[in-house]
Design a protein around this ligand. Sequence first.
Ligand code: C5P
Length: 231
Amino acid sequence: MNPALIVALDVPSAKEMEEALERLPDRIEWYKVGLELFCAVGPDILTPLKKRNKKIFMDLKLHDIPRTVANAVKTAASHGVNLMTVHAIGGRAMLEAAAGAARESANPPKLVAVTTLTSLNEEDFRDLGISRTLSDQAAALGELAISSGIDGLVTSAHEAGVLRKKFPDALLVTPGIRMPGGDTGDQKRVATPSFAVQQGATHLVVGRPILRAEDPAAVAEAIFADIKSAP
Ligand code: C5P
């Protein structure tokens, strides 16, 4: 599979999304809609993307009882979403229900699991009563998600190589992508597009480096070229 670039539409309104779309080349096939934009506008936010024949990554990180998550996946699938996130910590029954709901949809979306939020540290783990290390927890939850029928994982590019060996067929979605020498923003563990691809990433999520650029189209083209340069 050719690695895909997903542009994260981290903007607060439909108007700003339209403005961003106008500045970006047709070549970008994938867009991510997250909680901020989805809560601001609702499912209508997907319409302009579908009109442009774009693929949609809906990043709502679902975590609830199995039935509720399954119904949310079913509804999102009916809206034409192609990729969605769930929290692996929701447990096996929730993950299996989500995977089952996706499979039964007329246009099944792929599901990827978040193992551990990157905002958490070992101190948070103590508060949560989790005695594993961060990396052991991520590995265990990755195994749980994949063995429950989830299609892949959200991961830093730095852990993608290990996950690729463990899960040869999994989708690996990597945020925290920056061009060499680019501003890292609040991302601590960044990687270049070609590094992420070398490590086995299938979908690269990029937000601010494209959206905040003076020339977003040029940055997107540079990212496509860097992806292509990966050996
Ligand atoms: O602007 P930037 O390229 O840092 O955006 C990355 C996107 O990936 C954001 O939409 C953010 O929510 C998401 N993300 C992340 N780090 C994670 C998980 C998701 O940056 N660990």
